[in-house]
Each structure stands twice: as structure tokens, then as C-alpha cells.
Design a protein around this ligand. Sequence first.
Ligand code: PMP
Length: 426
Amino acid sequence: VPEADAPLPVLGSDVLVPLVTGGEVAYAALDYAASAPALRRVWDDVAAYAPYYGSVHRGAGYLSQLSTDLFESSRAAVAEFLGCRAEDQVVFTRSTTDSLNLLASVLPAGTRVFVFETEHHAALLPWQRREGVEVSCLDAPRTPGEAVATLERALAAREPYGPALVCVTGASNVTGELWPVRELAGAARAHGARIVLDAAQLAPHHPVDIAELDVDWVAFSGHKLYAPFGSGVLAGRADWLTGAEPYLAGGGASRKVARRADGGVDVEWHTTAARHEAGSPNVIGVYAIASACKALTEAGFGTLVEREQRLVTRVREGLAEVPEVRVLSLFGDDAPRVGVISFVVEGWNSSHFAAALSAEYGIGVRDGLFCAHPLVRTLLGGHSEEPGECGAPDAAPGGRGEAGVSTAEGRALNAIRVSFGAGTPD
Ligand code: PMP
């Protein structure tokens, strides 16, 4: 992480200015589930390489060769990080959202997709837009066992058998709870379905081994894994990826292009990961992901998990001391979770509470519905009011206890999320 005493950039925001000008910098960024600050090692690696980057796969010059080498060795590093099987492909994308949209674009016609309503919108929505794909949106389970049973039932009811895909999260971006990925993969296998793991929240906190979990694909984002923005990964089985049209058409994805005598254009697309990586790739972003993967592996997930769990316990115990706080949970208080904890404070508008945490205490958290509207609604008691866009719902006027803070019955409309990882300074 950046040095604790490094000066904060002044953002021109009323909120940050007093903290910066007050002499002592005291700002805790506890929104790792949205984006985790890059590791010092990642910044150093990127800074060392940044003056020298050139085009990837497109030049004979030294810088181009260096960049191509870094790009491809980053692919190998990510494959190792994920425990990829020999036949798996690692495709570099912009983000988890991009990865899952890419996968949605290659589904064979007639695929049925099974997804829990509890998913992040990035995992819930891409399938809805694909023509010829039917989506079964499954009820929120209240235990991990119920998740497996619900999926089994839904898969068993699928008639007639055709291509099917299950999409599940490894760790919830709202509750931090771990999902029974291996068991869900087992259910998918038993019914001839494939499974993609949304590891956006799992990969920064736990080892993700694609072969051991027996999932077909894994998607994650660099900016939640202690690397900067702009790069993500879709790794897994090659057949659907190479059997479909490229996600984007352009240079890099095409192997051979020729103009036909009739005026048309013939294209032969690559059958490697390059098929879905048209255009000049984000070599710095990809290199940063690989650097983060290596840093996490070298630190050792055993140590990282232990340290993070100490922080989880500390936060949980602290919140338990405040009677007005209700921690949100689908699987129950004792369910294993990563460093992602959402809660509501009785009588408070969550957005105002979060703003006060930042302005008065220098604690940066997230408020809103966390791009998982159906899940947060379920956790808050199923209110049916229209929320605002992906972040906080349109702020209601007033402060504690005023109109707009909650529904007429006193339920909160949105929540507060505190999230961190082993890279969080004490
Ligand atoms: N899935 C989960 C579980 C997430 O938490 C997020 C980001 N909040 C995403 C998908 C989407 O990631 P990105 O915004 O990097 O595409």
C-alpha cells in the first residue's frame, strides 16, 4: 500500500480538504470491494516498465518485443495464479463486467442460463441481452445448502437438454459471504451444464483454482485485486470462445484478411485468446494484474486470509457493540465471509451516515445498493421502491429520522458497506 504518511491528493472536495489541511492525514479508504488501492509492489513494477512500453504483437523493435514478452508472460502468470488447465485460455478484458459480457456473446444459440437473483448486476444482466438465450433467475437462498438444492431443482426441471450455463459469485460484494462454488459446480456437472465463477470479490481474498473448483470459466478485475483500473480476465474453456465470432472485430483478432473479387472481405480469425482481444491491448494494465497475482502468491494466501479474518472479527465485534447497527447477511451471522460487510443503522439514511463517516471521521465507505439491487432489497426486507442508478439511490433530503430516510414502516432503503483486505493498513 502507499506509505501511510504520503500526502493525499486534494480533490477540490469539501469533504477531503479539512482532513488534508488539518495537518495530520487520517483517511481510511475502506471501499476495497469497489476498488482496492494498488500494492506498492504493483506501482513499482508498473513505474519501472512504463517508460518503455511499445505495441504488443505488432513490431520488430526492441520496445515492441519487450511489450509482447511482458504481455504474454503476464498471461502465463495469470494462468498460474488461477491454476488453469492446459487447454484453458486466458483472455484479457477491461473488467469483470467486460469478461461476463464477452462470455454472454459466445454462448451457443439456445443456451439456458441459470443465475441467482443475488448476483452483482455484472453477472445478472449480460445474459438477458443475448437473443436466443433464456435466463432462469433463481430465488435468493438462505443457506449455502439451499443454494445448491435450488440450483439442482432448476437444472433438473430443464427440458429438453441443450447447452446450459450457471453463473455464480464466489464471494458476495454485499455481504462478503462465500458461496459453495465447488458444490454448485458439482450440481452443474451432474446436469450437463457449464459454470462460470464471478471471482471479482473472491480472487483478492482467497486462492481461486479453476481446476480444483471444477468451474469452466473464471472472471475477475484488476482494480479489485490491488492493481489499477482498466484490465480484467476471463479464463477457461476454449471451445465456446473459439467457436463464436470475436467479441470485437479488428486488428489483432484477425489472422488473415483478404478482399474478395465480388467486393466482400474474407476474414480468418485467430483461434487463440487473441480472437477476443482486438485492438491495441492494455499492456500496462495486464502487467499490473500479473504483478498483483505474483505479489499475492508470494505473500501467501494462508497469511493473507488469517490477517484479513482478524480484521473481519474486529469490525464485526465493533459493529456488534452498537445496538442500532444491523449487519446484512443472507446465510446467517456465522457464515464465512471475506472483508466485505454491509449494514444499516436504525434511524439513519445510509447515504448520510456514510457521508458523515467520511467528513467527520475520515472513513471512506460505500453506500447504496452496490449494483446488486435485488439482493439488497431482499436483505432490507423487500421494499419495492425504485432505486437510483448503480450507486446510491437519489439522495433524499434531510438527516437523521427525516422523511426519505426509510420507508413508512421504518425500513432502510439502502445500506452502508465497509470493505477491506489483507492489504489494508492497520
Ligand atoms: N462482480 C462482483 C461480485 C463485483 O463486486 C463487481 C464490482 N463491484 C463486479 C462483478 C464488476 O466488476 P467491474 O466493475 O470491475 O467490472
